[in-house]
Design a protein around this ligand. Structure first.
Ligand SMILES: Cc1ncc(COP(=O)(O)O)c(C=O)c1O
Length: 393
């Protein structure tokens, strides 16, 4: 393994990403394509490597949250279609067209203005648009049939825009009660039927996120937008308990002990605020991870890590760059490995249980692992690539 000065890192198992895609391919109709959702640095896993692996494993398109996230992929020579799911400022449409990055179209007015800008600037490229229909998410998109028709007519008239897709997004597909998801589905289908009756030929239709794909595979339409499942995580306990698709988490977060001390002498306080007082003789180890790495300060005196295959509690407050753990009487040595998320021998810490401790969801736990943590990519059990901020120093 490459030497890193501060020994904390993520391992991403690319074989798991491949197997997760294959599991979804087996679950959905053959005609449905897979758009890999690699926004937020691929939910913390590293967008370039995950995008490459997803495309190699059968995904055909990618989704990101911003134009800038898309440009990162293009600069890495990734050629597949890329869609920005969020809102993009009108003065960025020329840039989007030049990078061949598709945008979400949210209303006729935005579409007309985007076309006017590209016309004025004599754009060399057409801009792909996926129209977002808000069937109940209440976040972005078109809410009525009339507005949808207006947007589609604006697209069909515009020389510089290409209508590539129409989509909606479920807000409750991960919950046991299917009523609202079914309502959203029926509303979307009703909108699409309305367009067809008006003589409109539909482009790529997509609605399913991971939860909806697992629960309602027949709603997979022309394409699914696969996020959390790509990374081997279930959107909720309910969806996991359905036992419909077997997934394998791709990410582990690991570190090496930086410093060890036995608290023989007073004072025995640990970390800011002196909120933990060690027992006489207790061994305390310092781990080089803190809240600036995305390891939440709310885990202070609450979280745990794995050492020699056992759970060990956090001592005191998580600081910006370091966290202390209680090793009892275990005589640890600096350099020994600690697992923060993932498996060590017969024990494991899942990001779901960390999320529960933090009163949030696992999406947040992984997406907030900061960029200063190096990403090690593994294939066939071996590290084949390292992506680290140290590459730039
Ligand atoms: C519009 C849209 N589609 C798809 C996804 C992927 O969702 P999931 O990670 O639950 O599969 C997201 C994620 O937030 C999204 O915002």
């Amino acid at each position: 393994m490459q030497k890193i000065g501060r020994e904390v890192w993520i391992e991403v198992n690319l074989d798991a990403i491949k197997r997760n895609i294959q599991a979804f391919q087996a679950h959905i109709p053959r005609k449905s394509k897979i758009m890999a959702v690699v926004k937020a640095n691929a939910y913390g896993h590293g967008s370039v490597e995950v995008a490459r692996q997803a495309l190699e494993s059968g995904a055909t398109e990618l989704a990101v949250a911003s134009l800038e996230e898309g440009i990162v992929l293009r600069k890495a020579k990734i050629e597949a279609p890329i869609l920005v799911l969020g809102l993009t400022r009108l003065d960025c449409v020329k840039k989007a067209a030049a990078w061949r990055i598709d945008l979400s179209g949210l209303c006729a007015d935005w579409i007309n203005q985007a076309n006017a800008i590209l016309t004025k600037e004599e754009s060399q490229h057409q801009l792909g648009i996926h129209v977002n229909v808000d069937t109940g998410m209440g976040r972005l998109g078109i809410r009525t049939k009339e507005e949808l028709l207006e947007a589609v007519e604006a697209l069909e008239k515009s020389k510089y825009l290409r209508w590539d897709g129409v989509f909606t997004h479920f807000s409750t597909a991960d919950e046991p009660n299917p009523d609202f998801a079914l309502f959203q589905h029926d509303r979307f289908i009703d909108f699409l039927r309305f367009l067809k009756k008006k003589g409109v030929t539909l482009p790529t239709v997509h609605m399913n996120n991971t939860a909806a794909t697992i629960v309602f595979p027949t709603f997979s339409a022309d394409m699914i937008r696969l996020g959390i499942g790509l990374y081997g995580l279930y959107p909720s306990q309910y969806v996991e308990d359905l036992d419909a698709v077997q997934l394998e988490p791709a990410l582990s977060l690991k570190a090496r002990i930086a410093f060890v001390k036995q608290m023989m002498t007073e004072p025995r306080m640990v970390s800011y605020g002196a909120t933990y007082v060690a027992k006489p003789d207790e061994v305390i180890a310092t781990i080089p991870i803190g809240y600036a790495d995305g390891y939440s300060r709310a885990l202070s005196n609450k979280g745990f890590m794995l050492f020699r295959g056992k759970r060990v509690p956090i001592a005191g407050r998580v600081t910006m760059d370091m966290t202390m753990i209680r090793l009892g009487e275990m005589k640890a040595r600096p350099g020994e490995e600690v697992v923060i998320y993932g498996r060590q021998q017969d024990e494991a810490i899942s990001v779901e249980e960390i999320a529960e401790l933090l009163n949030t969801i696992h999406y947040e736990v992984i997406a907030t692992i900061s960029r200063r943590v190096p990403r090690f990519y593994k294939r066939g059990g071996k590290i084949m690539k390292i992506s680290t901020p140290m590459m730039y120093v």
